[in-house]
Write a protein that binds this ligand. Structure first.
Ligand SMILES: NC(=O)C1=CN([C@@H]2O[C@H](COP(=O)(O)OP(=O)(O)OC[C@H]3O[C@@H](n4cnc5c(N)ncnc54)[C@H](OP(=O)(O)O)[C@@H]3O)[C@@H](O)[C@H]2O)C=CC1
Ligand SMILES: Nc1nc(=O)c2c([nH]1)NC[C@@H]1CN(c3ccc(C(=O)N[C@@H](CCC(=O)O)C(=O)O)cc3)C=[N+]21
Length: 291
């Protein structure tokens, strides 16, 4: 069997175009563009690339981009002060503080200071709690993008066996919550999981968010399963995911590539969340299911 390749890049471009149209309409009715502030502390090259591409995508979607680049030595108090300024700035609908932060800054303290109404990353404990309890709130962009690809591919997910490998607050845990809300039967695997290959072999849906190149092997995968590869690993062979792509593609039913799979969806969902935040913050109605 040869898997269908799930074209996340194309899906993301479609989503960005829809968001862009709605953002133009928002600008008309609110009298101002939706605004996204991105904060980068330090000069990590990968983070630099992400922040630049987020800024470009924001402008292309008819929104305003506010970039704040701070030196690596910035104190936690100075960063908190910037977050407070952005919380109070009516032009700013969404705030994203790029992770990872330098070691002297506690990321959780910063995230918790962002207004939950502007937390378009969905990392604030209030939004995490809303996701767990089924209340409306902001859902982290990467798992939201993965869910969109899965529903596009499979339709109804109810009753399907899903394995999420990884339990981080930004990918694994919210991914598992979303799949549970869609009535999949969800297993969360992590570094203490015993006999991971057997756990993975039962799954109709595999989401790999481990951070290790080519970690999930083709032999672990049930024939016909759908594989979502979240991993972004820079190797001598270039950018690769957490799944051994060639091995997996010969057994899976469908698989996301790296690059061109989940990554572009993350950015598209960030713009989507910012558009939703803008409507809520400005009190402008956004039709249910418009995006
Ligand atoms: N495409 C995109 O848009 C994005 C991609 N990423 C990428 O996704 C990957 C995961 O990111 P993130 O969740 O932040 O990473 P973390 O490092 O926070 O979490 C990794 C998870 O993998 C688990 N793990 C590590 N080793 C093993 C193992 N041998 N067997 C089973 N589980 C293991 C860890 O388990 P334990 O908890 O026990 O330590 C942990 O839960 C990275 O490659 C990252 O770059 C991240 C965000 C967005
Ligand atoms: N506050 C915060 N929010 C984040 O959402 C966040 C973050 N910090 N820190 C880093 C991770 C990682 N992340 C990615 C976004 C896009 C691609 C992406 O577009 N990837 C392209 C390739 C890009 C390339 O070539 O490097 C692709 O997979 O096709 C990847 C990874 C968001 N993250």
């Amino acid at each position: 069997m040869t898997a269908q390749i799930i074209d996340g890049k194309a899906f993301a471009l479609g989503l960005r175009a829809r968001v862009g149209e709605l953002a133009a309409a928002f600008r008309g009715s609110a009298g101002r563009p939706a605004g996204l502030a991105v904060v980068l502390v330090g000069d990590d090259p990968a983070s630099n690339v992400y922040v630049r591409s987020k800024g470009k995508a924001t402008i292309a979607a008819n929104m305003e981009s506010f970039e704040h680049r701070l030196p690596a030595e910035t104190s936690q108090d100075d960063l908190l002060a910037l977050v407070e300024r952005l919380n109070a700035d009516d032009r700013v609908d969404g705030i994203l503080v790029q992770l990872p932060l330098p070691a002297h800054i506690d990321a959780q303290t910063i995230i918790t200071r962002i207004s939950p109404d502007k937390d378009v990353d969905g990392f604030h404990p209030v939004n995490a709690g809303r996701l767990m309890t089924g209340l409306p709130g902001f859902v982290p962009c990467t798992p939201l993008g993965c869910l969109m690809l899965l529903e596009d591919q499979l339709g109804d997910l109810s009753g399907l066996d899903a394995v999420v490998i990884g339990r981080s607050n930004i990918v694994g845990k919210p991914m598992a919550a979303l799949l549970t809300a869609k009535s999949a039967t969800v297993t969360i695997a992590h570094s203490r999981t015993r006999d991971l290959s057997s756990v993975v072999r039962r799954a109709d849906i595999i989401v790999a968010a481990v951070g290790r190149a080519d970690f999930v092997k083709g032999e672990w995968i049930k024939p016909g399963a759908t594989v979502i590869d979240v991993g972004i690993n820079r190797t001598d062979e270039g950018l690769v995911g957490d799944v051994d792509f060639d091995g997996a593609a010969s057994v899976a039913g469908a698989i996301t590539p790296v690059p061109g799979g989940v990554g572009p969806m993350t950015i598209a969902c960030l713009l989507r969340n910012t558009l939703v935040a803008a409507h809520r913050n400005a009190g402008v109605a956004l039709e249910e299911g418009a995006i």
